[in-house]
Design a protein around this ligand. Sequence first.
Ligand code: BGC
Length: 353
Amino acid sequence: MKATISPMRFYCSQAWTRLAAAALAFSLWGAGAGQSEPAPDNVFARNRELGRGVNVLGYDPIWRSFDHARFQTRHFKVIKDGGFQTVRVNLHTLRHLGPAPDFTLGEAWWRTADWIVTNALASDLRVIVDFHEFMAMGEDPEGNQPRFLTFWRQAASHFRASPSSVLFEILNEPCRKLTPDLWNQYLAAALALIRQQNPTRTVIVGPAFWNSVDHLDQLQLPEADRNLIVTVHYYKPMAFTHQGAAWSDQRDKVGVLWQGTPEEQTTVTRDFEKVQAWATKHQRPIFLGEFGAYDKGDMASRARYTAFVARAAERLGWSWAYWQFDSDFIVYDIPNDRWVEPIHRALVPDSQP
Ligand code: BGC
């Protein structure tokens, strides 16, 4: 959990049949096309390929106007050369959808999305297409559910012939009114839709409560679908990672250190062991899709924490993506065109200065 609003359980009475009907309608609409690629024999191998990643482009002006982008073509190569294998592209798409009932994403949006995917692949990066509308979905799941499904219908169709190195992540951090029960229904509906045209694409999905490591037990996945990677996010302790962050309830706190004491380390390793126990029991690979510490913290503590979390994930065979390349928590300083060295070295210890 990491938002200002305390998590509360809102048990929703919305009938499953409504979702199933919607999914069926969409799937009939999209039926027919299929990928020619064989199914991966091992989704664990695919997860290992994700390796080290970084979140990109979620808050870039590129989405308002391509000409005002901070992120440039050369940054894909910068990321690859910097020792990363994957970009998780954070998409806030709802504001770009056209009017009901079609909610069509316009050409300009697709041009930008295609520019990202094409250039990332050209730099030999894996690409996670991450539907990042967690705030809207958490505030009004039922109101936004048709647009959520429509986004996936369009994206699943658009990327159906893309290589297997393009992965889909159904929703970043389901939270608030999107309760675990409701989320299990929504994810099943979106996955059913995706599978119509992307039967062999690896899909990423995580638990409710902001992809919290403490809520995996409430996540229900279609047992027969073995091509899923499960994602969690890690920002504990919030008092350290979100100190001074205006959007969190830690906004008035600063000066919290992370010294890497045995107690601090044990908190992380215990949380991760719990996740791993769930993963082993359910035979699912784990992707740590976000972690990091906000810019207002002490740099030495941030670097220590970032390195510790990254190595702890790697020891368990997880892939990961740092939050984030640009904007805040940054690992790359775009105006000065250079890595934020302490964070970069923490993430990729073998990188060249
Ligand atoms: C959100 C960001 C936030 C970050 C850390 C992400 O999922 O999109 O707005 O800064 O988490 O709290």
